[in-house]
Design a binder for this molecule. Structure first.
Ligand code: COA
Length: 385
């Protein structure tokens, strides 16, 4: 095949049995289960195990996995020291990429990955998965304190994954409703077929690079505003709009200038992103439960979505997952520049499932190109140029 398709749109890059999208009807499945059912009944710990193993865990398997994640929350003294020396003004995604990459130096052992037909060292894969998944939320939460000049808050072993993250981040006993919303956000962001960051996982995994490097590559890809970075931009956009009445003028001005509306549109969905629908439902319930005491930004978001639906639905552009997630995070007291790190924490489950899948049937990625440069020519000595 020699046809070049920009962005590899529609080009299968791998075979995978981890997740599937029905973009026409707006449906997302993890291992065959619709996301709506997982959001309603599952936890992030259980959904992660489902993504990693391909089946829902038994009660014992889930309990064991939860204990492993809890037991791996402590961060090495040297890592903390390194974090203290990073510039506080750096973006949290840059910090996360740096620290996750550095973990490979503390936890060597990837020599056991040989890229043969079967991935032979499942213990190494499982233990590394646990180490990465357990540490990522702790690193993000620690950074919030370190960059503000404080000592980080130690993890607690009596809290769930989502609860402990909120506790370490805010220092407050987590509100049960907000902790459950965070849990659902993590489930919704955990996996999404072969997007840019997951493709980065496949490419890096295929070289048998160590898994921390693989994850760091994925974090870098996710940090861009066209991918994970959009949720931060959504909140900044809503702040800029300022009130629901100004939504129409803002959207029309942006569209006239050929600028994007953050949190709108998705390569795969030609209808509303099912994750956005679930998040909107959570937001509506949260608003109803809090009575009048609600963030005015919620109303601005609804006004923007209504205008966008009128202007962009004909192009198949609707709200995506990032449109509502940032609003919910800001309600939890999380700063906007940390939104994408939460996306990365959640997506670590999907990334690691793809890492494992790639290793189980590996061939190094080596695509081709369409050369558009100069024809063959001879070297010209500098005196003759
Ligand atoms: N705002 C305004 N117009 C948009 C739009 C947006 N957010 N997203 C897509 N469109 C328009 C495009 O301008 C294009 O219009 P045209 O046909 O008149 O040129 C049309 O819809 C098709 O979009 P296209 O650029 O082909 O989509 P894509 O699949 O290449 O890009 C995104 C997908 C996600 C990169 C794109 O929708 C986008 O930039 N969204 C904003 C960033 C964002 O929220 N990212 C998070 C994704 S989860």
């Amino acid at each position: 095949m020699n046809e070049y398709l920009p962005g590899l749109a529609g080009v299968p890059a791998t075979k995978s049995n981890i997740s599937d999208i029905d973009g026409e009807n707006g449906i997302l499945f993890y291992r065959g289960y619709p996301i709506e059912e997982l959001a309603e009944h599952s936890s992030f710990e259980e959904t992660s195990r489902l993504l990693l193993d391909g089946r829902l865990p038994t009660a014992q398997e889930l309990a064991d996995f939860t204990t492993q994640l809890t037991d791996n929350r402590h961060i090495k003294f040297y890592t903390r020291g390194m974090m203290k020396n990073l510039p506080a003004t750096g973006h949290p995604m840059e910090m996360l990429q740096t620290v996750v990459a550095s973990l490979g130096m503390f936890y060597p052992g990837s020599d056991c990955l040989t890229g043969s037909d079967a991935c032979e060292d499942l213990d190494y894969i499982h233990n590394t998965t646990v180490k990465i998944m357990a540490r990522m939320p702790c690193i993000v939460a620690m950074w919030e304190h370190i960059r503000n000049g404080y000592d980080p808050i130690s993890p607690r072993s009596d809290l769930s994954y989502a609860e402990n993250f909120l506790y370490m981040l805010t220092g407050q006993e987590p509100d049960p409703q907000l902790a459950r919303i965070m849990d659902v956000c993590l489930i919704l962001h955990a996996e999404h077929t072969i997007n840019a960051s997951t493709f980065a996982v496949l490419v890096n995994a295929s070289t048998l690079a160590n898994p921390y490097t693989v994850m760091a590559a994925a974090i870098g890809a996710l940090s861009g505003p066209l991918h994970g970075g959009a949720n931060q931009r959504v909140l900044e956009m809503l702040k800029e709009i300022g009130s629901p009445e100004k939504a129409e003028e803002y959207v029309d001005r942006k569209l006239a200038n050929k600028e994007v509306i953050w949190g709108m549109g998705h390569r795969e969905y030609k209808t509303k992103d099912p994750r956005a629908t679930i998040l909107q439902g959570l937001m509506d319930k949260f608003m109803a439960d809090r009575g009048g005491n609600i963030n005015p930004m919620f109303e601005i978001a609804k006004a923007v979505e209504a205008v966008c639906e009128d202007r962009l639905a004909k192009k198949g552009v609707y709200a995506n997952v990032d449109f509502y997630s940032g609003l919910l995070y800001s309600e939890m007291g999380i700063p906007a520049d940390q939104f994408t790190t939460i996306f990365a924490i959640a997506r670590s489950a999907g990334w690691l499932a793809h890492w494992r899948e790639q290793l189980s049937d590996n061939r190094i990625f080596r695509p081709t190109q369409v050369y558009t440069g100069e024809p063959r020519r001879g070297y010209v000595p500098i005196s003759e140029r």
